[in-house]
Design a protein around this ligand. Structure first.
Ligand code: ZN
Length: 272
């Protein structure tokens, strides 16, 4: 099995103050995604921002970023439906209608520091149905162990169909801690034949969870949404630099890196 690398270039919460090289405009986001694609990323997890840098789910801004990315490369586009804390379901779901290859489906409510990311079953069903309607594959984001069970309920209801693509978001303050034991615990709970990826939140968790996924049959996500550092006290130069590092570790382990075309085939996603 080849390894699929996802790059989360911007996110909703990371700021230019934390990471001066954070891509913010659609043109910057597209260029950063393209450079990460050249470095080995097959999927870009996409958030967009307003001109003032604050997060938005405006389909016009998403549409512009998607158009610019597709002009440069054939990487798979995964729009966020997590959006930013405090957004309504209507706002969060909007970019799904643009027909990207994938969209994140946050499969349960979770505390996020002092905030909460609400995902009731009625919301989950609505998000999953909208994705199905537009032919968008859900990336099933699990912030905690019970979220895998929530996904299984949606699977049983026929709202999510195989091949399943899970991702474990580990180390959110309020979610499951980023440990190897927890990663394996979550992996072992997945339905047969699932693909899965790890996300370690923060400089301490990002690389260890990436490496843990590589040696445990998983795929990896990296990028400024999850971590802005290259190592302790040293900011990463670019999203591509973070991708290059995990690609080189994967290759040292004897893994081959999936191209966008190979990732599409593995996840049974038709070319747009
Ligand atoms: Zn995100």
């Amino acid at each position: 099995m080849k390894t699929i690398i996802t790059v989360a270039v911007t996110g909703a919460e990371t700021t230019k103050e934390q990471q001066p090289n954070l891509p913010v405009t659609p043109a910057e986001i597209a260029e950063s995604a393209y450079q990460a694609c050249l470095a080995g990323a097959a999927i870009v997890h996409l958030h967009v921002r307003k001109d003032d840098g604050t997060p938005t789910q405006d389909p016009a801004v998403f549409g512009e970023a998607i158009r610019l990315i597709r002009k440069k490369c054939d990487m798979l586009i995964e729009v966020t439906t997590g959006g930013a804390i405090g957004m309504s379901d209507d706002e969060r779901i909007a970019p799904v209608d643009l027909g990207p290859e994938l969209a994140s489906l946050d499969c349960g409510s979770v505390n996020f520091g002092d905030e909460i990311l609400p995902n009731s079953f009625p919301s989950l069903r609505r998000f999953a149905e909208r994705m199905r309607k537009f032919g968008v594959k859900p990336t099933i984001e699990c912030f905690d162990f019970g979220h895998i069970n929530n996904a299984k309920i949606l699977i049983k209801e026929g709202l999510i169909t195989p091949p399943y693509y899970f991702t474990f978001v580990m180390g959110v303050p309020g979610g499951i801690p980023a440990t190897v034991k927890n990663l394996l615990f979550m992996r072992d709970e997945l339905p047969e034949g699932s693909h899965w990826s790890s996300i370690g939140i923060g400089g301490k968790a990002s690389l260890p969870m990436g490496i843990s996924a590589l040696v445990s049959g998983g795929h990896v996500r990296t990028g400024f949404e999850d971590n802005v550092y290259y190592r302790k006290g040293e900011l990463a130069e670019s999203n591509a630099q973070l991708v290059k590092r995990i690609v080189s570790i994967a290759q040292e382990l004897g893994h081959e890196i999936a191209t966008p075309a190979e990732a599409r085939a593995m996840l049974s996603i038709p070319k747009r």
